[in-house]
Design a protein around this ligand. Sequence first.
Ligand SMILES: *Cc1c(COP(=O)(O)O)cnc(C)c1O
Length: 425
Amino acid sequence: MNYEFTEEFAEKQDAADPLKKYRDEFHFPEHKGEKKLYFTGNSLGLQPKNVEKHVKQEIEDWAKYGVDGHFEAGNPWYSYHELFSEPLSKIVGAKPHEVVAMNSLTVNLHLLMVSFYKPDNKRYKILCEAKAFPSDQYALASQVKHHGLKPEETLIELSPREGEHIIRTGDVLETIEKHKDELALIMIGGVNYYTGQLWDMKTITKAGHNAGALVGWDLAHGAGNVNLKLHDWDVDFATWCSYKYMNSGPGGVSGIYVHEKHAENKALNRFAGWWGHNKEERFKMEKDFDPIPTAEGWQLSNAAVFSMAPHKASLELFSAVGMSALTKKSEKLTGYLEFVLEKVSRQQDGASFEIITPRNSKERGCQLSVLVHGEAKKMFDYLTKEGVVVDYREPNVIRMAPVPLYNNFMDVYRFGKILRAAIDH
Ligand SMILES: *Cc1c(COP(=O)(O)O)cnc(C)c1O
């Protein structure tokens, strides 16, 4: 695509954008009476305007029905989580019975590792990322300790080569090969939260299986951002949060995927609760746990309806748009941001950026991470003052994510203008 750093170009792209109407479906924080340039959907997605209606319905049904709302509410709470199977399965590329919305992300990571990290004397190591998102690091280390093992002897951490930012797939495959006799599990963030790198999940999953390991992905930055085919890639398990790209509100409900071949295996060890028990028998309150042979078999508790109502609202938009149209726009829009960043950077001596996100659009989602040579914090503060919402990570990285559902080309153009002014400043 031939990009231009002009207002006319941005306007023309927006006018031709098949998803343009969705921008109006969101509430934007404002700056001097105008929408902020919000590029932080990778951290907390904006609120869809239909959230209020969906939450209100549950508040009203609770008032109206009390306990009978479990079966008589407009969306009966007893089966509320079932509303998500279909839309989530499309977002992550799974069968509907392979996914369920429940709990929060780190909780789910733990629950899934209870089932899928089964170290023995020979096979006990976990392949993961160095500098993974802290919660994942803590979860991994504590799971290892839970089995009486030492993290430093058990976790194999993948790092980029010296002087590089991106981890090469070839290096991952080599590491798997090297440890093939002792590898129990591979657990990596499918899109790295810091660099925005999208891993080759298909290839790595296959290599992990060939080595005899199980493979799970943390899709906090993947779900709702990139095209996923978890079932076809034969991924064993995955989990994600809904408050980043899925716009379902702070601390919103997480989701899990478990491949049907595992879900059908009732003997698979897990931490159990009544909501994972055979539905026909649930209220008989019998002693022995009989897991539902789907992803629902990992549920512990009844549905957290008030955190799920915004999720329901948000997924209506995802179902209307579809991941294919979304990622198509995403590629163009992030490509434009990349173009604008280079344009602005190149024209000025002294202040330069280095985009550390992969330059190949197939190896990233919508986020770009920029290493600022110079006074990164000062630049970040200037942008903030001008109504730009990006995210700053010590010591010098600014992360920005133009989200295709509500950002547009004009946002990126305006951002470029402000960035140029920031450099001049
Ligand atoms: C956002 C994020 C989390 C957050 O975990 P919560 O349990 O939802 O607080 C964890 N891991 C990764 C990789 C993330 O990006």
